[in-house]
Design a protein around this ligand. Structure first.
Ligand SMILES: C[S@@+](CC[C@H](N)C(=O)[O-])C[C@H]1O[C@@H](n2cnc3c(N)ncnc32)[C@H](O)[C@@H]1O
Length: 223
């Protein structure tokens, strides 16, 4: 595995299942596909980005690594030009709403997709519920702390979705069950942040929302 990977990308790479074909959507520098290039249990790799700058970054990185025959590059939007061999998609380093938009637009291409691996940087409750609604179940999650920022990496597999309670949707069923030290740090950091927000002058709607979040965090901490 590439030792230059960030902790976050390394954690994502470790959760990639064996696959007939994997596509990294929004690949930018192609770091994730390059780090997976030596994995024999991933038959095919595709890196996709919809912007010229990141696409050129991918071209350069793949050329420098002499991986042109291993990684297929595509300048295209979301799942529009997904190779038919792909059964696993990764969407990392984006907001949950953007991820949901990409999946909605590419819904017809999800028929061949067995696994969806996500690293959403915002709106986690929203994106969990959204992907469950597409007919996928969460089969693993890890919470990663890097430079005081927390990342929830979520692996979904097509199939029967158990009903999740509110805390599972908010914090992640596997993250809650594993209850690692980083999870407690995550709860404490957010408790502090929200308490500060609640001291400020905010709208009634926001106050209700943050009260609700703080309550959920306190419940979780005392569980
Ligand atoms: C912040 S970067 C994340 C790069 C990498 N995935 C990571 O986790 O480090 C997000 C990338 O997603 C790309 N992107 C945003 N919307 C996209 C879309 N609809 N289709 C393909 N790529 C998209 C952006 O151009 C950008 O390069």
């Amino acid at each position: 595995m590439n030792t230059n990977l960030s902790l976050r990308l390394e954690a994502i790479a470790k959760m990639v299942p064996p696959s007939r074909g994997l596509a990294d959507i929004g690949s930018d520098h192609c770091l994730l596909p390059l780090s997976l290039a030596n994995r024999e249990d991933i038959a095919f790799l595709q890196a996709i980005d919809n912007k010229q700058g990141p696409y050129q970054n991918m071209v350069k990185a793949v050329k420098e690594a002499h991986m042109e025959n291993r990684i297929s590059l595509s300048l295209s939007n979301g799942l529009d030009c997904l190779d038919e061999k792909v059964d696993t998609i990764v969407l990392a380093g984006m907001g949950g709403k953007l991820i949901a938009d990409i999946l909605t637009r590419g819904k017809r291409n999800l028929t061949h997709i067995e696994y969806i691996l996500l690293d959403a940087h915002r709106d986690l409750r929203y994106v969990r519920e959204f992907v469950l609604g597409l007919g996928y179940a969460i089969i693993d999650e890890n919470l990663i702390k890097e430079k005081d920022l927390f990342y929830s990496i979520i692996l979904f597999k097509k199939g029967e979705t158990p009903i999740l309670n509110e805390e599972d949707l908010l914090f992640g069923p596997f993250i809650r069950r594993k209850r690692g030290k980083d999870y407690i740090d995550f709860l404490l950091q957010n408790k502090k942040r929200i308490a500060k927000i609640l001291q400020g002058d905010i709208s009634l709607n926001n106050r209700r929302y943050y009260d609700y979040l703080l309550n959920a965090i306190n419940k979780e901490l005392s569980a």
